[in-house]
Design a binder for this molecule. Sequence first.
Ligand SMILES: CSC[C@@H](O)[C@@H](O)C(=O)COP(=O)(O)O
Length: 360
Amino acid sequence: MWMRTIDWSDEKGCITIIDQTALPSKLVLLDIDHVNVLHEAILKLRVRGAPALGAAGGFGVALLARSIRANDFKDYIKKLTEGAESLKKVRPTAVNLSWGVDRVLAAALTGKDRAEVESTALREAKALADEDVAQCRAIGEHGAKLLESSDTVMTHCNAGRLACVDWGTALGVIRSAVEQGKDIKVISCETRPLNQGSRITCFELMDDRIPVTLITDSMAGHFMRAGKIQKVIVGADRIVEDAVFNKIGTYSHSVLAKAHGIPFYVAAPLSTFDFTRREKDVIIEERDPEELRRWNATQIAPAGVPVYNPAFDATPMQNVTAIITEQGILEPPISFARLKKSSSQKPYIRDRTKGVQDGI
Ligand SMILES: CSC[C@@H](O)[C@@H](O)C(=O)COP(=O)(O)O
């Protein structure tokens, strides 16, 4: 039986997560009952993937609201706001973390007293998590129309149920197509350096009995040239008007896909869109050099060798064929001003499979 990647346990009064660092060898569940433990879990990628980080941000505020020690209500609100700010900074690139924190904090701050702040925060965080599942399902339904039976789809990193609360974005599209009876095969790039593709994507697709074959990141061009890949679908950590930020290596795949005339799709909820920045303004998280020098306890590079270790890269919008959202399919160039204006109501979205424009 499958469980949510991240959830709230009413019984224990804490966050529960699947510890993704233990996969694929063990399925370990963790109880998170303090915000410092949550910081560590986010930093170490025990919980990871943009939508799951949104839920972590939301539940994190609910956890903070219950655990803060304060002199009076004013002090309580100050500490809650400060704690929320520091949670947002743990991983700077995936916009969903700060989006989840901000959304739940804004709801919590409408509370008139501590009890109301606590209950409102938890209610909002649970709603956010439930909505994430529904959004992934909707992304799956829209995106499945783009896949044909007998397609082999390449994906990078993990944009599956383990990157979300459930179902997944890029893998959600594949799951929905399979659910509709389409015969889809997946090629998963291992996704160096932390191998979210080989460890997590392969694990969850095999668990669902969806055919998956593992390749190294550097094999993508070879298999595209050989005609073995019909489509590429990836998730996103932040989408700005001129670029899509996703796991390091995504940009190279987009260039290769373009060179071989292969559609390159991005699947993400509207909560991953950042209407305030452009590519140049986005901070790319730089991770610990030891992630490249060591694999578990084994040294795989000389000690002290200088290392670049950006967690993400930017794929220019010109390389993106379409973005699959919960409200439909967007084809670049996308007017962010127009999308933002209508995103709280009905977004301006063209569903290319219907050939109509909705929401205008
Ligand atoms: C649906 S998740 C999309 C992205 O968050 C995913 O592809 C990714 O890049 C995750 O990076 P990670 O560093 O594992 O959090």
